[in-house]
Design a protein around this ligand. Sequence first.
Ligand SMILES: O=P(O)(O)O[C@H]1O[C@H](CO)[C@@H](O)[C@H]1O
Ligand SMILES: O=c1cc[nH]c(=O)[nH]1
Length: 292
Amino acid sequence: MDKNRIIPPSELIINEDGSIFHLHIKPEHLADRVFLVGDPARVDVVASRFDSKEVEVSSREFHTITGTYKGKRITVLSHGIGTDNIDIVVNELDALANIDFETRKVKENFRQLTMVRVGTSGGLQDISHIGAYVAAEKSIGFDGVMYFYDQTDKIRDKEMEEQLIKQLDWKLDGLKPYVVSANESLIEQICQDDVIKGMTIAANGFYGPQGRMLRVPLMDVDLNKKIQAFEYNGRQITNFEMESSSLAGLAALMGHRAMTVCCIIAGRKALKMNTSYKNSLEDLIDLVLDRI
Ligand SMILES: O=P(O)(O)O[C@H]1O[C@H](CO)[C@@H](O)[C@H]1O
Ligand SMILES: O=c1cc[nH]c(=O)[nH]1
């Protein structure tokens, strides 16, 4: 990337008040530690643990609060649902940290962010039962975001991708799963015996793409069975959610540390659902706040 390139206003979009286009926050509002959640209301739950708050901004599904927790400066923000939103959030966070908004050039010194997404998820195995906490050590992207970026070869696990195509007897046209990893040191920092290190599918939808059938029949009705039977290096696919792949992938390309950890609320094997997951999720929030 040419460090002297002046990024045009149609690409690096700065609002009149000096904030970034979608998130509506300014460079000085961003902490090095970023706590990501899907639901805008969850931002208040996380920030209710803060000792102090310095800024709060709401724009569309992106709700941001920066404050301190036990002396650590943390930005908590909601990304909404889906890997396409993650493309917006991670690019805008990186721009806030690493592009000079005056000159529109990439800054000389790289600033690394640590991003942990805390979400909800559907479990696919007995081990990833309702109430379990599962980190996406590996993310299998059923989305297409990473294909638009160069040099993904460096961060993808091509061997596992081949195994997925083979073992899942992949039948879907125009979509090929990709595999990326969360930041290794961050996984070690956040996961103790209370968090399973899993292999997570980031699906590009909640219903059909996660094998849920309401009224419209599915293209491959056996896909979830094959996903549950998949094995790679003695490990199984643990859970479904909807953002971890592009979060891990984009962060890795940019040099940031990122990972996703989820509380299992749907038991896809036991055919059960927990809609009262508030306490379980709040315990996970506390665990991550202490370890981030
Ligand atoms: O609870 P959150 O963080 O939103 O995470 C999960 O829940 C949403 C779907 O209900 C998707 O965003 C999925 O990834
Ligand atoms: O089954 C589930 C539950 C939460 N989030 C998902 O993406 N899937």
